[in-house]
Design a protein around this ligand. Structure first.
Ligand code: ACO
Length: 349
């Protein structure tokens, strides 16, 4: 039976390291608070003008493609997961196609925030298993630093996010002991607004009034982003961290167990769990719930912060480079984030 394997993996993080102490210049926080509540010691910020979500994704993709032993022109489909695209539209997928001089292949953008990479892997898996494509490039990349509120008002969010990118190449395999075994995708839109960036968006019709004639020029001006939205900080992400935390520690173990049950495994069979890197305390809680040892869970949030769609491929790539993910290993990727959305992929490396 045709399955999907990860044939190549790559990552890219910007050179610029931002420590917790560096953030003290902008907001009332402390190295102690950030380390204790999140485990984060430092994160990377992309170059303000020279690096974008796409350029970082391309750097990660170059390595993944090289590791897979193919050329960019061999890629027959692109899936790009991000919540911080270069443009509101078009998506980053087409920008990768252009930057890497690929053929006129399909390019799909996935908007599932922290679950974006696992959702993207799941989509790619279906295309490979159906025989439609043979070399799919999946990228998760984020440039969070472009749009965070670095004043004290935004400190509960801004201290956790960082920039970076990870990429994989998916290919078919017929090997018994290799490939994606199953993927499990979930959502619950009831809590959509508790972790969200509201604007720009069409939700409240406040960008433009319904009848322009009813408003004078100043009032219309006030409805544009440059005024009221920015004053209310609605152009920055909003998060009720505690509610997210409480849900994450229930749904993450649940989806991991769902993936294990679907394939006749138990938690102790996992060689490596790669949880979304949202908060070290969440990962530790999940590890405890599943009864896993330290060597069965990989975390690198300490060095990169929460890189949303990039966090799982960044952690997977580092775990692989350190020899902690080897051929035949049972690997579980699990994520939870805005939406809420949560997901898992169980695979044999
Ligand atoms: N520095 C210092 N103090 C702070 C900071 C900061 N950076 N941020 C908040 N505080 C203060 C608050 O003002 C509050 O003070 P008070 O008690 O005087 O009112 C106190 O610290 C506690 O604030 P909480 O927000 O309750 O802190 P909590 O322990 O919940 O930690 C955190 C916040 C780290 C955000 C945590 O809730 C968390 O990790 N939540 C989950 C995040 C997550 O998983 N997100 C999903 C992925 S992101 C995505 O999908 C885009």
């Amino acid at each position: 039976m045709l399955k999907t394997k990860i044939a190549g993996i790559g990552m890219y993080v910007p050179q610029h390291i931002v420590t917790n102490n560096d953030l003290l210049k902008y907001m009332d926080t402390s190295d102690e608070w950030i380390k204790e509540r999140t485990g984060i010691k430092e994160r990377r910020f992309a170059h303000r003008t020279e690096e974008t979500t796409t350029t970082m994704g391309v750097e990660a993709a170059k390595i993944a493609i090289q590791n897979a032993g193919i050329a960019p022109q061999d890629i027959d489909f692109i899936i790009f997961a991000t919540l911080s695209p270069d443009y509101y539209f078009p998506g980053c997928g087409v920008l990768v196609q252009r930057a890497m001089k690929m053929k006129e292949i399909g390019a799909l953008d996935v908007r599932n925030q922290c679950s974006g990479f696992v959702y993207a892997i799941s989509v790619g898996d279906q295309f490979i298993k159906s025989g439609m494509y043979k070399n799919i490039l999946v990228i998760g990349s984020e440039k969070h630093s472009f749009g965070l509120d670095f004043s004290t008002r935004g400190r509960n969010i801004s201290v956790i996010f960082g920039d970076g990118a990870g990429a994989v190449v998916l290919q078919p395999t017929t090997k018994e002991n290799q490939g994606i075994l199953s993927t499990h995708l979930h959502s619950d839109g009831e809590s959509a607004e508790i972790l969200a960036m509201y604007n720009p968006g069409t939700h409240a019709n406040h960008w433009l009034p319904q009848k322009l004639a009813d408003f004078n020029e100043a009032e219309i001006g006030d409805m544009f982003m440059s005024n009221s939205m920015v004053d209310k900080a609605q152009n920055f992400p909003f998060m009720d961290g505690q509610s997210v935390f409480k849900k994450a520690v229930i749904k993450l173990p649940e989806v991991v167990i769902e993936s294990l049950n679907a394939n006749g495994y138990k938690a102790s069979d996992i060689n490596m769990l790669i949880p979304h890197q949202a908060n070290l305390r969440i990962s530790q809680y999940v590890q405890h719930q599943l009864g896993l040892r330290d060597d069965q869970v990989y975390n690198n949030i300490q060095r990169y912060g929460n890189t949303t769609a990039a966090s799982i491929p960044l952690a997977l790539c580092e775990a692989w480079k350190e020899g902690k993910v080897k051929e035949g290993d049972l690997v579980c990727l699990a994520s939870f984030g805005s939406g809420f959305t949560w997901a898992a992929a169980l695979l044999k490396w």
